[in-house]
Ligand binder design. Structure first.
Ligand code: HPA
Ligand code: MG
Length: 179
C-alpha cells in the first residue's frame, strides 16, 4: 500500500526513495573528489531548495572547500532585456576561483542562465554545475550539466529540499504529484 501525503490542496505519492537519492549523491561526490583533487573549490548552494543536497555533498567532499549559500533575487531592469536578477548572499570575490553550483533541480535552465551571466561578470576561473534532479524534456539551455543525480520526466516533485508552496522540503525521500 502506497502512503500518500497531502500538502496544501495536492496529493503526492512516493516516487524516489531516500536510498536511491543517497546513491546518486555518493556518485556525484566521488566524481567531485576526483575532479577537484588538490583544489579548493567554492560551492555555491542555490537556496532554498538545495540546502539538503548541499549538506550531503559537503559531508562527502574531502578536499578543502568553501560553501556559500546564495539566492537569486529579482528586480525590474531598466534595459531592454527586462528582468535582471541579482545574486544575494555572496560577500566574497569569486575572481579567479573554481566554482561548483549546487542545484536541487534543473528544469528549463532559467536559473542557470542567470547564474552563468553573473559568474562570468564576476570573472570566475571556471564553474561546474551539479544538480540532484534534472528534467531533460524541459531543458532549453546549452550549459553542460557536469554532475547530474537523477533524471526525471516532467513530474512535479516534492521532498529532499523541494517544495510545493513552502511545504515538503523536510521529506527525506521524493514524492510526485498524484494524477
Ligand atoms: N518541484 C518543486 N520545485 C520545482 C520543481 C518541482 O518539480 N521543478 C522546478 N522547481
Ligand atoms: Mg519551490
Amino acid at each position: 500500500m502506497k502512503v500518500l501525503i497531502k500538502l496544501h490542496d495536492l496529493v503526492f505519492e512516493p516516487y524516489i526513495s531516500g536510498e536511491e537519492i543517497n546513491k546518486a549523491i555518493e556518485t556525484i561526490a566521488e566524481k567531485l573528489n576526483e575532479d577537484f583533487k588538490g583544489e579548493r573549490p567554492i560551492f555555491l548552494s542555490v537556496l532554498n531548495g538545495s540546502f539538503m543536497f548541499s549538506s550531503e555533498v559537503m559531508k562527502r567532499f574531502k578536499e578543502e572547500c568553501e560553501i556559500h549559500f546564495v539566492k537569486l533575487g529579482s528586480y525590474e531592469g531598466t534595459d531592454s532585456t527586462g528582468n535582471v536578477r541579482t545574486l544575494i548572499g555572496l560577500n566574497k570575490s569569486l575572481a579567479g576561483k573554481k566554482v561548483v553550483i549546487l542545484e536541487d533541480i534543473v528544469d528549463t535552465g532559467g536559473t542557470l542562465k542567470e547564474l552563468d551571466r553573473i559568474l562570468k561578470e564576476k570573472n570566475v576561473a571556471e564553474y561546474k554545475i551539479a544538480t540532484l534532479f534534472y528534467k531533460p524534456s524541459m531543458y532549453r539551455e546549452k550549459f553542460t550539466l557536469d554532475y547530474t543525480g537523477i533524471e526525471i520526466p516532467n513530474e512535479f516533485i516534492v521532498g529532499y529540499g523541494l517544495d510545493y508552496d513552502g511545504l515538503g522540503r523536510n521529506l527525506t525521500s521524493v514524492y510526485k504529484r498524484k494524477s
